[in-house]
Design a protein. Structure first.
Length: 214
């Protein structure tokens, strides 16, 4: 059975809830927004700074350094590479979250939502790739609109605009910091439309796949 599960998802598809249900069913630890606080402790950046910055900026400078250069953090959030060159804000956040995700994965028995976790684990030299299961959750647009309207009390037009904006941010962020393409089937063990079975049954299906995966 796989011990590390990553969940990538379209906005409004219920991916976060599906990930939580999977974690509960397997008695695994669940990580989504918790990564922000953990990355803040790792880097010296404030949780609020990380929350506001992640996925809103793109750079890729750190990726061009093969994501392997160490950095030094200060309380003010300054990060530098060799020679004192300051990392762009997005790279500071990505590097902090990357280190956090790797630390989480090394402990095993976990579900990690978003933040390029599938690619980070795929390219990490000290992670056993056979222990990782990557899922991508998508949904029909009507189901996504309904979920966003209900959860956040938005009008249909506002919900549609939010979906487009957030999906675009997620795709830009992923495509900038990885060699892969967000939503490309080659990156995942399963891509599933949560509209077909619903949230609970989608989570149950993925859970069974994880249990049976070698």
């Amino acid at each position: 059975m796989k011990s590390i599960i990553t969940i990538s998802r379209e906005y409004g598809s219920g991916g976060r809830l599906i990930g939580k249900l999977i974690a509960d069913a397997l008695n695994y630890k669940f990580y989504d927004k918790e990564i922000i606080d953990m990355a803040a402790q790792e880097s010296g950046l404030s949780p609020d700074f990380i929350k506001k910055t992640e996925q809103n900026l793109t750079s890729g400078f750190l990726y061009n350094l093969l994501l392997g250069t160490s950095y030094s953090g200060t309380a003010g959030g300054t990060n530098a590479v060799g020679g004192g060159q300051i990392l762009p804000l997005a790279d500071q956040v990505f590097n902090a979250e990357r280190k956090t995700i790797l630390n989480i994965a090394k402990q095993g028995n976990c579900v990690i939502v978003g933040r390029c976790a599938d690619y980070i684990l795929e390219t990490a030299e000290d992670i056993d790739k056979t222990t990782v299961f990557n899922a991508f959750i998508y949904a029909d647009i009507d189901a996504r609109l309904s979920r966003i309207e209900d959860l956040y009390k938005e009008t249909e037009s506002a919900a549609k605009k939010t979906i487009i904006q957030i999906d675009k941010r997620r795709a830009n962020h992923y495509n900038t910091f990885t060699e892969n393409t967000w939503g490309d089937r080659k990156n995942y063990d399963i891509m599933i439309n949560s509209s077909v079975l619903g949230i609970e049954d989608t989570a149950a299906l993925i859970t069974e796949m994880v249990k049976k995966s070698k």
